[in-house]
Design a protein around this ligand. Structure first.
Ligand SMILES: *Cc1c(COP(=O)(O)O)cnc(C)c1O
Length: 421
């Protein structure tokens, strides 16, 4: 009789050991490793600067009206049936109207597919685009779930660079250099995770033009849409859908601080009908016939939730996040051995570069983070998890006192591990 593990492998549910590539660099594994390094006899609170979980901090929990909208949707008994493919019409319409506010051409509900968070939207489009020889371009540094999703549907991945000295703009020459005739799309994340940058209007127009020249789509992860608090306002990629087709991915998770509700969207911007002509829209629909079965009452609450959010973020929330970003940046630039090439202006993260020559006994970014967790109970993500070795990704969404405490502990740690003069 076959044992269960052979069976699971046969059915493709378990990865073979030889298939495991960079298995210890994905975020969840590294977080587990960091957690296990914590010193349980340290009585100080843990400072969580590794994981962006806005719902954990009271200053971001401003979604009472969203909770009311859910209760109302349930009580109305209008959303008890199965969800239609692609989502409940009123929910799709609400997303179309919400996003159309910032677009030259109005979206229709048919352009919108409701998903289980932004992650399922990403997984869907990668699965749809995977072909025998196709490859896709991801930013470096980037969001590691894309690598996992591409791997799971056997889509080859290639990487283009983001430029720290240019506010993390895309190195468009590197996009052209890695693309070939089998490239299907490039992914951009704006506002940026992990870099905390916001692309200018001019830059994303150039991105669209480059994609057009290469004959590829742009997949725009805008899960942090409108979370911009620096010199550049947020401009959605969909604005340039007439240059090249754009697929926008988003969700309620970050903006409304409700990641556990799992409501996201995949939106097509295809004014020239290119996606339709190539059968991509049909493939997306086909995927949802099989895989989409979202709870309906959450979809039913969308008109109320999005309708009440038209004015953008409450200025109070934006100011809180901006203050947190500024004090994080100010604190970090004073620490010996670390530099922050650009001040965070969007999302909830920033990338910090390690100068290993300053330290006496730090091997690399992972070593830095493991020792920091052990000695100071501060959690920071090593850059290797997002594709950039010897950098760190720092989250600043937390209350000011935890943030200050975290920065002080990092300062102490760096001084202690520096070469003595
Ligand atoms: C958090 C995050 C996601 C996942 O969003 P969900 O709605 O929770 O699935 C996707 N992309 C980026 C860049 C993120 O930071």
């Amino acid at each position: 009789m076959e044992n269960s593990s052979t069976l699971l492998k046969k059915w493709g549910f378990m990865r073979n050991s030889e298939q495991k590539t960079e298995s210890d660099t994905d975020i969840d594994r590294v977080l587990t490793l960091l957690m296990s390094s914590l010193n349980i006899s340290d009585s100080r609170p843990i400072i969580p600067m590794a994981h962006g979980e806005p719902s954990a901090f009271s200053c971001f929990s401003k979604s009472q009206f969203a909770a009311d909208a859910i209760a109302e949707a349930v009580q109305s008994a209008k959303f008890n049936g199965y969800s239609p493919t692609g989502g409940v019409l009123s929910g799709r319409r609400a997303v179309a109207e919400y996003l159309s506010q910032d677009l030259p051409e109005k979206l229709s509900p048919d352009d919108v597919f409701l998903t289980m968070g932004c992650k399922q939207a990403a997984q869907t489009i990668l699965t749809v685009l995977a072909g025998t020889k196709s490859n896709i371009l991801f930013p470096k540094p980037g969001f590691p779930y894309y690598e996992v999703f591409a791997q799971s549907c056997h889509l080859e991945t290639r990487h283009f660079d983001l430029l720290p000295e240019k506010d993390w703009e895309i190195d468009l020459d590197s996009v052209v250099a890695v693309a070939d005739e089998n490239t299907v799309a490039m992914v951009i994340i704006n506002p940026g995770n992990p870099c905390g940058n916001v692309f200018t209007h001019q830059h994303i127009k150039k991105v669209a033009e480059t994609a057009r020249k290469l004959g590829i789509l742009v997949i725009a992860d805008e899960v942090y849409d409108h979370l911009a608090f620096g010199k550049n306002p947020f401009v959605p990629m969909g604005v340039f859908g007439s240059i090249t087709p754009v697929i926008t991915l988003g969700s309620l998770s970050k903006r409304w601080a409700i990641p556990g509700w799992r409501l996201g969207w995949l939106v097509t911007h295809d004014p020239n009908g290119i996606l339709k002509e190539h059968g991509i829209i049909e493939c997306i629909k086909g995927y949802f016939h099989v895989f989409s079965n979202l709870p309906t009452f959450i979809q039913g609450a969308l008109p109320e939730i999005l309708g009440k959010s038209k004015e953008g973020y409450p200025s109070e929330t934006i100011n809180t996040i901006k203050e947190a970003a500024n004090s994080c940046y100010k604190g970090i630039i004073d620490i010996p051995g670390v530099t922050c090439p650009s001040k965070p202006e969007g999302s909830i993260f920033t990338m910090v570069k390690l100068d290993l020559s300053v330290f006496e006994d730090i091997e690399d970014d992972l070593d830095f983070c493991l020792k920091l967790a052990k000695e100071e109970s501060v959690l920071i993500l090593p850059g290797i998890s997002v594709g950039l070795k010897n950098w760190l990704r720092v989250t600043f969404v937390m209350d000011q006192s935890s943030l200050q405490e975290g920065i002080t502990r990092i300062q102490d740690f760096c001084r202690r591990h520096s070469h003595k003069a």
